[in-house]
Design a protein around this ligand. Structure first.
Ligand code: GLN
Length: 397
């Protein structure tokens, strides 16, 4: 621990650096195939890249409107209306942020007081607990159990206390691949209404579903005024480095979210916001179908490869991750196993414990499959050889 004038603030002491990005560094260092961090290794849509170049050439290079360039807020309002029948006022309800990551942090800071509680479903995407800590709030965890990871409204009620203000709901889910069904969603909505909670949603994978359709929590009866909907361009358009996120929130809280966002980042990159707006304005629905078809093929290749190598995993209904049980291959803890798999097996993945506060992730490892088929084939080859060497107790051949 650092002492003296540069001792870090207390609020930074209770969480560690991102394990997902740490594993990306390990992958680079040892030359492993990176199935750790969820970013595509294939190009963004040509038209979207051209739109960004054009926006820069058109001298859209200064700050945009802090809460988002008007054309983009307009397009997002149309997007929510067209896809989900949601009425979203571009001037009062929408804030554009630097990725869904900033969106989540800004919402926590804008909504939660110190000592307020926020319910987080375990396993969870690793940002939510640090976001709660930065806001001075407490995360309360509700564990969902494999293989189904079903969300039981009664179990949810049981973790709520008088101090609980909000619940984070991520569907399609990272890391489980669950898409909560109508019954689970309606159950959450009922609990939120009964217990006067806000639901903060992370819908960044809204377009990556292998069956059925996505229905935002904000469209459930009585939820429009108590739901804060977070999404972004990163996953739908394979532009994770552009840092474009969005918040749709009732006007009562939008003002506070915009203030926090303004003083954190001023705004997301203006030319890239314009390119997102242009892309949405001219979007061919076939693009979204091809996106899903591509991911389904990748998912199926990985499921088969992992199972044949001896991992146990379910079938994701959405998003682009597989949470796999490696206990038939190794008895090590997840961190030891993940580091050895990267160094000796040549495949980087994320230790399961990064998604848990309990010890229930210690025999799990998360692979992302948002990579070219050739990348995944190479990874499966390496995983198979690694697993064979483990079972024969010998060296990787
Ligand atoms: N959401 C991605 C993942 O879970 C990327 C995380 C990040 O590095 N921001 O891997």
């Amino acid at each position: 621990m650092i002492d003296g004038p540069l001792r870090p603030a207390q609020r930074t002491q209770d969480f560690t650096e991102s394990v997902i990005r740490e594993m990306t560094r390990v992958a680079r260092e040892v030359g492993a195939v990176n199935l750790a961090q969820g970013f595509p290794d294939f190009p963004a849509p040509h038209g979207m890249k051209e739109a960004a170049v054009q926006a820069i050439r058109n001298d859209l290079n200064q700050y945009g409107v802090t809460w988002g360039v008007p054309a983009l807020r307009q397009e997002l309002s149309r997007w929510y209306e067209r896809r989900y029948g949601m009425e979203v006022d571009p001037d009062r309800d929408v804030t554009i942020t630097c990725g869904a990551t900033e969106a989540m942090a800004a919402v926590f800071l804008a909504l939660l007081n110190p000592d307020d509680e926020v319910v987080v479903l375990e396993p969870f995407y690793e940002n939510y607990a640090p976001d709660a800590l930065l806001a001075g709030a407490q995360a309360r965890f509700l564990t969902l159990d494999p293989p189904d990871y079903r969300l039981d409204p009664e179990a949810l009620e049981a973790v709520i206390t008088p101090r609980t203000r909000a619940l984070v709901l991520n569907t399609p889910n990272n890391p489980t691949g669950r898409v909560f069904d109508e019954e689970e969603m309606a159950g959450v909505a009922r609990v939120a209404r009964d217990r006067d909670l806000v639901v903060i949603t992370d819908e960044i994978y809204e377009c990556i579903l292998y069956q059925g359709s996505h229905r935002p929590m904000a469209t459930y009866p009585g939820m429009e005024d108590r739901t804060i909907t977070i999404s972004g361009a990163s996953k739908t358009f394979a532009v994770t480095g552009w840092r474009l996120g969005s918040v749709v929130a009732p006007p009562a809280i939008t003002g506070a979210i915009r203030k926090v966002h303004d003083f954190l980042t001023v705004g997301a990159p203006a030319p890239l916001q314009q390119a997102w707006a242009d892309t949405l304005a001219t979007l061919d629905p076939a693009y979204l179908n091809e996106l899903v078809d591509g991911y389904r093929a990748r998912r199926d290749l990985m499921i088969l490869g992992l199972r044949e190598a001896g991992f146990r995993c379910g079938t994701p209904e959405g998003a682009y991750y597989l949470l796999a049980d490696f206990s038939a291959i190794s008895r090590e803890d997840d961190t030891t196993f993940a580091h050895r798999l990267a160094r000796e097996g040549g495949v980087a993945a994320v230790p399961g414990s990064s998604f848990f506060q309990s010890d229930k992730g210690n025999h799990l490892i998360r692979f992302t499959f948002c990579k070219e088929l050739a990348t995944l084939e190479e990874a499966v080859d390496r995983l198979t050889r690694f697993a064979q060497a483990e079972s024969s107790g010998g060296e990787v051949s």
